[in-house]
Design a protein around this ligand. Structure first.
Ligand code: ZN
Ligand code: ZN
Length: 245
């Protein structure tokens, strides 16, 4: 078959724009199918693996056989059941998320897709999920950024699990700026006030997975879970691409 000249031109243009080099180290070769991240850099990503806190998914060093909850979860009152993430948000993992979110590095998506399928499918899935709810951005921020990274990631997870993505249930009506100077409690209260219900739908009998790019303190995903539970949802779990540890 004679290759379509338009396809050939597009491919050479793409190669010019995105040479087949690793976008993290700029050194090793890496193909589009690899998300332009070389094997060495991929190998330096730390996976979130057991043993971990049953609740928030914080990995725990050591040989722990029984179910365990971290001190933070024993004290806290998260509205979600379990939070799980694919990789640790440090080193190469942190760089991947940062570039994806702030520099529109959508070419990482084939890689994320592979990792989501490999690392996320055993859990949180289970059965009977109603769908995936991405953490919404404030409309102004959404306009500035032109995309919501949580929604794009929710679509990857949704495709992997065969679940619909529902971005119409929760809204963000207040932007939450830098909060580093606030205490953990004050921050959580602030974040909680930033979200509201976007529909009057009765969610009784439904179960949701809230999706976001990074889980840090859990305040954001917890606030979204709280809205869904407040509308009657039976269960809400959290899934994020990365997680601070
Ligand atoms: Zn590399
Ligand atoms: Zn925990």
């Amino acid at each position: 078959m004679i290759p379509n000249p338009a396809v050939r031109i597009t491919e050479s243009l793409l190669r010019l724009l995105y040479p087949e080099r690793c976008q993290l180290c700029g050194d090793q070769p890496a193909s589009r199918a690899e998300g332009f991240v070389c094997a060495t850099c991929q190998g330096s990503v730390r996976w979130i693996e057991r043993p971990l806190c049953e609740r928030c998914g914080l990995p725990f060093e050591g040989d722990l056989k029984h179910a365990f909850e971290c001190p933070n979860c024993v004290e806290g009152d998260f509205a979600f059941g379990r939070a799980r993430a694919v990789f640790v948000a440090s080193g190469a993992g942190r760089e991947l998320v940062h570039r994806y979110k702030y520099h529109r590095a959508f070419w990482f998506e084939p890689l994320f897709d592979r990792w989501v399928r490999r690392q996320s499918l055993p859990e949180p899935p289970g059965q009977g999920w109603s769908g995936i709810v991405p953490v919404p951005l404030h409309p102004v921020k959404r306009r500035e950024r032109e995309f919501n990274q949580a929604e794009r990631l929710a679509r990857l997870l949704g495709a992997a699990l065969g679940l619909p993505v529902r971005a119409d249930l929760v809204r963000r009506h207040a932007p939450t700026g830098t909060q580093t100077r606030l205490s953990r409690k004050a921050r959580a209260a602030n974040v909680r006030r930033a979200f509201g219900s976007a529909s009057d739908a009765d969610l009784s009998g439904t179960r949701w997975i809230v999706a976001d790019d990074v889980f840090t303190t859990g305040a954001t995903t917890d606030a979204v879970a709280r809205i869904l539970r407040g509308r009657g949802a039976d269960a809400v779990d959290v899934w994020t691409l990365a997680r601070g540890i």
